[in-house]
Design a protein around this ligand. Structure first.
Ligand code: 2P0
Length: 330
């Protein structure tokens, strides 16, 4: 079979979203999409993106369908351009991607989406890249996607302060899937897309938030303590530091007028606090959207899930656990 023919096979990859415990919020100045702070996340089973990629000589442009709708996203084309440059060919690609959870609403669909795309596109182009190089490729389009290449607990360092955009920065696994048994309950509060995407919200935060410098100064210490708590399997401290990172990120963004929380978000947070007051260890986090993700021990999950499902404005609760990294389905 000719090389060209190999490059025209359909390749399918699956990736899961990840939820940050220590949050990434803000970018280094300059090109390359390097984060300004380190982050640490858990990759989740129970929600996934499946992406098919085929380079096809009959196409006159890249064709991208996400959840059945034709889309143009410059970050998708940029990723495909990087793959074409490395593979030294000029074929356009057909990309078909489906999420089994709400898209662009703050449930990390760009993380799983770009992780699946990076893996499928490099394999479709017959590039033999290791996971770190694929993670670096995904990061250039969406930094959180670098983490979804790996399973379990994963970190992404900050970029260098005045680095070269050609520098590589990949995520890496900190602890495997079964290191700390956890259930993560995702309280879905809307099926709508978010009002402001994370990339624009980060820019606005950097420009307008009076607390942005404090966030940049303090986030590395929260990340370091949180990593130590994880490695010590200290679930309580891990939960407290996750909440600390969440509040620091949201307070910083809110001071720039960016409010992702809705009334159902606040009610779900109150539910977590009252569970804790009555002796059930549960901790919450929110990302760039109104959904609340609740961490608890697997044995407490049925009770916590029941309470959260009864909160006004919580549409449904998705039960997830630490999950695998991105993988090819052939
Ligand atoms: C995170 N978030 O660490 C943080 C917490 C949202 C809140 O990473 O601009 O979609 O594409 O690099 O990765 C969302 O940001 O941003 C995000 P870009 P991304 O998970």
């Amino acid at each position: 079979m000719s090389e060209r023919r190999d490059c025209e096979q359909v390749v399918t990859a699956v990736a899961h979203p990840n939820i940050a415990l220590a949050k990434y919020w803000g970018k280094r100045a300059g090109q390359g999409n390097f984060p300004a702070v380190p982050s640490l996340s858990v990759t989740l089973s129970g929600m996934s993106t499946t992406t098919h990629v085929q380079f096809d000589r009959t196409l006159a442009a890249d064709s991208v369908m996400i959840n059945g709708e034709a889309q143009y996203d410059s970050r998708v084309v940029a990723l495909l351009d990087r793959v074409r440059a490395a593979a030294e060919f000029r074929l356009f690609a057909r990309v078909v991607s489906v999420n089994d959870f709400p898209t662009a609403s703050g449930l990390a669909s760009s993380a799983s989406g770009f992780a699946a795309l990076a893996l499928a596109a490099t394999h479709a182009a017959t590039l033999e890249w290791d996971a770190a190089r694929i993670s670096d490729l995904a990061r250039r389009s969406s930094a959180s996607a670098a983490r979804s290449i790996f399973g379990g607990f994963v970190e992404l360092d900050a970029g260098q302060e005045s680095g070269d955009e050609r520098n590589m920065l990949a995520a890496k696994q900190v602890a495997p899937i079964d290191y700390l048994p956890l259930t993560v309950l995702v309280c879905v509060t809307t099926e709508q897309k978010k009002s402001i995407g994370s990339t624009d919200a980060m820019t606005k935060t950097a420009q307008k938030s009076p607390f942005y410098d404090a966030w940049l100064r303090d986030a590395p210490a929260i990340h370091a303590s949180l990593k130590s708590a994880l490695l010590a399997r200290d679930r309580q401290l891990l939960g407290e530091l996750t909440e600390a990172s969440t509040w620091a990120m949201h307070a910083t963004a809110m001071a720039a007028g960016i409010v992702y929380l809705r009334s159902a978000t606040i009610d779900a947070i109150e539910c977590v606090r009252s569970l804790r007051a009555s002796g059930t260890a549960a901790y919450m986090t929110m990302d760039a959207g109104p959904h609340v993700k609740v961490f608890t021990a697997p044995e407490d999950a049925p009770r916590v899930k029941r309470e959260l499902a009864a909160v006004n404005g919580v549409l449904r609760v998705i039960e997830t656990q630490p999950g695998e990294g991105a993988r090819n389905l052939l």
